[in-house]
Write a protein that binds this ligand. Structure first.
Ligand SMILES: C[S@@+](CC[C@H](N)C(=O)[O-])C[C@H]1O[C@@H](n2cnc3c(N)ncnc32)[C@H](O)[C@@H]1O
Length: 287
């Protein structure tokens, strides 16, 4: 890891550690942290209203308050009884708890996160929910602490955009999936790339605070497809689940408005979308 990647990872860890502490103290949080646009997951355009009310029955309040995703991967993918699921960046555990219910007592769900405070919160939430078919793992999604071909489905909710280096994440997801296994991830994706007038967009993507707030680390749709294909995935499919405007981005736009004129900011904002990304690890036996 380069120094810059390390700094990004530490900034992300610090951000989500603070959010977990906030939720543990009974305050709701949101995808973009503790200030302005997303101070409240229910008020924030990215994380609000992702789950149906009846789906959340039996899920502890603090798992719901700590819901920091940008989609609902468990609703968008088929999970079968007995399957093994891995959630990359499991946060307060909402998708782990929902998946655990779907795979049932013969199935197993791993929640992987690098932030101690989030893992503590998730453990307490699972205990409160009485869910036992889950295992919490501490680690980085770019170096998954599981053996090869040990998982049926990899899910993730608004985390891969935070990774300072995405390609190891795709390779690791591919490695731990069984042949025929499914990658089923919600993430923020930049559709049709960034406007050519801002060059390669590196300045935007490198802004640490924007990065930790979900936005500037996003891949373009073409990069997502290429990264997954390079890892070996097939049947790659990206489906937009929620689009955003400048108004939706709230505080995240302050960074951009300092850098670009209003028309360009609006253009950039319109290209970001919550997206459900599906792919399959091919099964050479064709089963
Ligand atoms: C935006 S939150 C999403 C949490 C959860 N998926 C949800 O939907 O509520 C991001 C989570 O990913 C974790 N995370 C970010 N980067 C990570 C990495 N490189 N490795 C492991 N966990 C990471 C953070 O600690 C945080 O809990």
């Amino acid at each position: 890891m380069t120094n810059e990647q390390q700094a990004i990872t530490e900034a992300v860890r610090e951000r989500y550690g603070a959010i977990a502490a906030q939720v543990a103290a009974d305050q709701p949080a949101g995808c973009c942290g503790t200030t302005s646009c997303c101070e409240n997951a229910q008020a924030n355009p990215i994380s609000a209203n992702l789950y149906a009310v009846d789906e959340l029955e039996g899920v502890p309040l603090k798992a719901t308050l700590a819901s920091l995703g940008c989609g609902n991967p468990t609703a968008l993918t088929e999970l079968r009884p007995g399957e093994v699921v891995l959630d990359l960046g499991s946060g307060g555990g909402i998708d782990v708890l929902l998946s655990a219910r779907r795979v049932g007592p013969t199935g197993l769900v791993y929640g992987l996160d690098m932030t101690d405070e989030m893992l503590d919160l998730a453990r307490r939430n699972a205990e409160e929910a009485g869910v036992t078919n889950v295992i919490w793992l501490k680690g980085d999604i770019g170096a998954i602490p599981l053996p090869d071909a040990s998982v049926d489905v990899v899910i993730s909710n608004c985390v891969i955009n935070l990774a300072s280096d995405k390609q190891p994440v795709f390779h690791e997801a591919f490695r731990v999936l069984k042949p025929g296994g499914r990658f089923a991830v919600s993430d923020i994706v930049i559709h049709d790339g960034l406007p050519s007038s801002i060059g390669d967009g590196l300045a935007l993507r490198r802004d640490l605070s924007a990065w930790a707030g979900c936005i500037a680390g996003a891949l373009t749709d073409a990069e997502y497809r290429a990264g997954l294909a390079a890892a070996g995935f097939s049947a790659i499919n990206l489906e937009i689940t929620r689009r955003y405007s400048v108004a939706d981005l709230g505080a995240a736009q302050t960074y951009w408005t300092q850098q670009y004129d209003a028309a360009l900011v609006a253009d950039i904002a319109g290209r970001f979308a919550s997206t459900f990304v599906r792919a399959i690890k091919p099964d050479p036996a064709g089963v």
